[in-house]
Design a protein around this ligand. Structure first.
Ligand code: TEU
Ligand code: CA
Length: 556
């Protein structure tokens, strides 16, 4: 009962393979590059990583458009390179989780070509629908469904003479999960990679997997007058359908069966990507009947529900609501601080908030999900030119608006050192430009410096190993409008207290009532700019915090 499994407490470090490390000088990150940096992950204390897609792909959406689910993208390496990555990771005690992209394939996948040609057995692999004919006798899409990446979710297919559904780009046709052959084919893909030794999957865009068969128009949202925008309509017929939950539960069975048949390996797990409501996500953990689904339904609330303007109450509420809704008994909370689809921490909360946000993420109970580069406080590169912009929704909206939607700024190459291209690649030109701040902001410099974001991050990783961080009871409270604190406590261990100032002003707070003990508050981890040092005793009744300061302390 007391057993805490690996996935209930680990830090999942997301690697965006294209931007992590290029080993062969073509300007594109690759698998041997990742393998060469596994030692770095181990040194940092990382024991699990999830990789954005590495499978064969025409790269319209940089790997989220897969043309063969069982092949490695040649520019990333070979199956042998993958096996080496897995072996090396195993040696270093790092678990590898792969991205599984079930909602859609590439339009270059064999399945799509066969389906378009109505080859027997493949006719219904995708969502094909006859056109609507308007008053003028002209062909129209079957309804008003929108693509997440702008415009209609329907594309006319000339040779099949039907529309097909694509919730993302038109090169990403949606698979039809009402067809049992598709469910079976994708189960086989899951088993294929499990047999190669992966610890599980991050499941992409899972809440987009089903749409109503009646094809009803989505009601308008009233949020925008731009008919091309995804926000133009609501998404009650194309998202979060009950069938999604059943599919998640089906995959859980598959993983649990595999784990029990291969008990030497770790519990095989899934993390599901769905920007959805609390009750929907809580049901992913476990539904009303007690049926388990996703081990870790991603909690995106630090991305979607707080920002640089939020106050202490917003943060406390954000944390509490997840813990309240999460079902009891063998589940783990999870906190996602960033990914390749959203601006980085330094942009969302300000560059001075990097340490405080890492402290928050790493000292909360449960699982932390962190994006490569956040250990350095890497910054979005907002000045990428239109010519260098490659993200499909950004290209779609065009030269005037691309900066509003482009995900390229948070996807620039990892900044290893101050040599050319930040040590990412020896190419003359990299697939996305390296942020020019790499000369100062890079791993090598942060390893050398007496104080750095990286050193704060590794101290946090070290602290997480303590029993109190695994099992400690948790309370969180706003101390003032701008400062909140939380405490982990466990039997006769010292308590750990995290204190965070979310404002850009200095704050003076009294923590006596919150601590409610005559014990001494001693600094364990302080941020780069802090006036405090490890070992300093603090005056709990009159604690001064610099703008965006975070402190992790011990109560002794
Ligand atoms: O993102 C999923 C995604 O974009 C949606 O969840 C969307 O944000 C939301 O439903 C809008 O309300 C994943 C990947 O992380 C992303 O990089 C891919 O481009 C996308 O899927 C398509 O595979
Ligand atoms: Ca390469």
């Amino acid at each position: 009962e007391d057993f805490i499994d690996w996935w209930q407490h680990t830090v999942f470090y997301q690697i965006y393979p294209r931007s992590f490390k290029d080993s062969n000088g073509d300007g594109i990150g690759d698998l041997p590059g990742i393998t060469s940096k596994l030692q770095y992950l181990a040194e940092t204390g990382i024991t699990a990583t999830w990789l954005s897609p590495i499978f064969q792909s025409p790269m319209v959406d940089f790997g989220y458009d897969i043309s063969d689910y069982r092949k490695i993208q040649p520019e990333y390496g070979s199956m042998e390179d993958f096996q080496q990555l897995i072996d090396k990771a195993y040696e270093l005690g790092i678990k590898i989780v792969l991205d599984f992209v079930p909602n859609h394939s590439s339009d270059e996948h064999e399945w799509f070509k066969k389906s378009a040609a109505k080859e027997p057995g493949y006719e219904d692999y995708y969502v094909w629908v006859d056109p609507k004919i308007d008053e003028k006798g002209e062909r129209q899409p079957p309804n008003n469904w929108q693509s997440v990446f702008y415009g209609s979710a329907w594309e006319w297919h000339e040779s099949r003479q039907q529309y097909y559904l694509h919730q993302f780009t038109k090169e990403q046709p949606d698979l039809n999960y009402r067809n049992p052959a598709v469910v079976q084919a994708m189960d086989d893909v899951i088993l294929f990679w499990l047999n190669k030794g992966v610890a599980g999957f991050r499941i992409d865009a899972v809440n987009h997997m089903f749409e109503v068969e009646s094809l009803e128009d989505e009601p308008l949202s009233g949020k925008t007058t731009d008919p091309l925008s995804y926000d133009y309509t609501r998404h009650i017929y194309t998202k979060d359908l009950p069938e999604v939950l059943a599919m998640v539960q089906h995959w859980r069975q598959l993983l649990d069966d595999f784990s029990s048949k291969h008990p030497k390996g770790p519990t095989r797990i899934m993390m599901t990507e769905a920007y959805a409501g609390l009750t929907t996500l809580a049901d992913y953990y476990e539904d009303r009947q007690g049926v388990r689904g996703s081990h870790l339904p991603f909690n995106f609330h630090f991305i979607t529900d707080v920002n640089g303007d939020s106050d202490a109450r917003d943060f406390v509420y954000n944390v509490e609501k997840w813990l309240i809704y999460m079902p009891r008994g063998g589940h783990a909370a999870n906190w996602v601080m960033g990914n390749h689809d959203n601006p980085r921490v330094a942009s969302r909360f300000g560059p001075t908030a990097v340490d405080a946000m890492n402290m928050l993420l790493m000292t909360l109970p449960g699982v932390a999900v962190t994006y490569n580069g956040e250990e350095l406080g890497m910054q979005d590169y907002r000045d990428i030119s239109w010519e260098d912009t490659v993200d499909p929704p950004a290209r779609y909206v065009g030269e005037k608006l691309f900066k509003d939607v482009s995900r390229d700024p948070e996807r620039t190459p990892f900044q290893w050192n101050n040599t050319s291209n930040g040590g990412f690649s020896e190419a003359a030109k990299t697939w996305l430009p390296v942020h020019p701040n790499y000369k100062k902001l890079n791993l090598a410099a942060q390893k050398l410096a007496a104080k750095s974001h990286y050193k704060v991050y590794t101290s946090l990783m070290e602290l997480r190993k303590a029993a109190i961080m695994r099992r400690g009871r948790f309370i969180i409270e706003p101390i003032s409008r701008w400062v909140f604190a939380f405490k982990r406590s466990y039997t006769n261990f010292d308590s750990i207290v995290t204190i965070i100032n979310v404002s850009d002003k200095q704050q003076l707070v009294n923590l006596s009532e919150f601590l409610n003990q005559p014990k001494k508050l001693v600094v364990e981890i302080a941020g780069v700019e802090s006036a405090y040092e490890k070992g300093h005793s603090l005056a709990a009744s009159a604690l001064s915090l610099a703008p965006h300061e975070g402190l992790v302390c011990r109560l002794v």
